[in-house]
Ligand binder design. Structure first.
Ligand code: AMP
Ligand code: ZN
Ligand code: FE
Ligand code: FE
Length: 271
């Protein structure tokens, strides 16, 4: 497989550290031909990337990574090739802004009860986009409460940990429907990370258009079952690094990629 594009990465419009332009430059550095940004619950970074990609001679696809919920498990769904002006995408992004606002305030209140004081308004002012747990984790590191991002999640912010709070995301069905209503493709993100494995057969019954079989630094053996499943169903097979910026996570840009055939399938939107 010739790598064509890394279809999973985050800019500083969500919880990444790089700008859209820096991500486009990464794509060129890795000799890739296509580029996207799949920020959590926002398309602001992707909108900025579009003209930059064209200028640099890269093929561009709109992208986004929506959180959804199914039986209490958080399921990530990647959207590609949608109409960025579609009301369904805008509506879903707005729902997520409200959900995150409520959730983040609840986390900060819990931290407060442990005598850890985080200035939420300041975080909002400093942020260029949506605010997630990684932003709160960075504050905990800055304050010297924890040493690493990993520790911040393990002790405070991870699911069920001391300062964990959750506000339900829209359902899988609502999320896929919003992407389809915008003439986009809905891809099940990193299925290997779904912790309640027994839910998988039910999750795979939803009308996804494909699956992200190739993920980050995971080896071939963890991709192949999903490659096979996707082929059996005629689904699109994607791959991406889930890059968040230098030194943020183990995954470097381009560590997993999508080939040209599957990239082209995503370009064939009905819009
Ligand atoms: P949120 O979307 O605000 O709930 O935050 C979830 C995001 O936090 C994930 O998409 C990851 O980017 C990041 N994350 C989750 N667990 C960890 C971890 N253990 N270490 C570092 N980052 C994490
Ligand atoms: Zn992230
Ligand atoms: Fe994800
Ligand atoms: Fe991601």
């Amino acid at each position: 497989m010739t790598p064509f594009a890394d279809l999973h990465c985050h800019s500083y419009f969500s919880d990444g550290t790089l700008s859209p332009k820096e991500i486009a430059e990464k794509a060129i550095e890795k000799k890739l031909q296509g580029v996207t940004i799949t920020d959590h619950d926002t398309i602001e970074g992707a909108k900025i990337l579009e003209p930059i990609a064209k200028e640099l001679g890269l093929e561009f696809l709109y992208g986004v990574e929506f959180s959804s919920s199914f039986e209490g498990e958080s399921i990530h769904i990647l959207g590609y090739g949608f109409d960025p002006n579609a009301p369904s995408i805008d509506g879903l992004c707005r729902q997520h802004i409200a959900r995150r606002e409520k959730r983040n305030r609840a986390i900060i209140e819990k931290l407060h009860s442990f005598d850890i004081h985080i200035d939420y308004e300041k975080m909002v002012t400093l942020s260029s986009g949506i605010i997630g747990r990684p932003h709160i984790a960075r504050q905990l590191i800055e304050k010297g409460i924890v040493g690493t991002m990993q520790e911040a999640f393990q002790v405070w912010l991870g699911d069920g940990k001391k300062a964990f709070a959750q506000v339900e995301s829209p359902t899988i069905l609502e999320t896929i429907s919003a992407i389809h209503a915008a003439s986009g493709f809905a891809i099940l993100a990193h299925p290997q990370l779904i912790s309640k494995r027994f839910l998988l057969p039910r999750i795979l019954k939803f009308s996804f258009d494909g699956v992200e079989a190739w993920y980050g630094v995971m080896g071939k053996e963890r991709a192949l079952p999903y490659v096979k499943m996707a082929k059996d169903r005629g689904w699109i097979i994607t791959g991406g690094s889930d890059f968040h910026g230098e030194g943020q996570r183990a995954s470097t840009y381009g560590s997993s990629t999508t080939d040209e055939e599957n990239f082209r399938r995503l370009q064939k939107s009905t819009r």
